[in-house]
Design a protein around this ligand. Sequence first.
Ligand SMILES: [Zn+2]
Length: 134
Amino acid sequence: MCGMCGGSIEDTNHLFIHCKVAFMVRSKCAQWWRFLSVQLETCQDDFEQHRPPVKDCFVRAGWDVVWFSIVWSLWLARNAKIFRNQEQETDRIFELVRLRAFNWIKGRTTCYSFTFHDWMLEPVLCLKDKRGTR
Ligand SMILES: [Zn+2]
């Protein structure tokens, strides 16, 4: 059974897409990004949805990082619940998604000038230009 909700068989697509915990975290991310939340069927579809049709390596890598941050944060929350019996609130998982993605993006480049505050308020803008040109 799923380590997060206990309501379904745990497989990759359930854990990262269909689980109610994943759904709530993804919904919070969609609100943060001001996107419509689209429920996809597989992790592969979800990953491909996060890849914008642009050639700029920074922008593409940034969107990849966001996807990895969501999946990694859900995985760590699942493990905390299963192995340490630590319930993870969806708000906390969501905040860790934002923090991890920002730290990974900032760590990828020496000239990234956006602050975490910028990232919290305007994540799409923060992925368009790593120098912070507005
Ligand atoms: Zn579940």
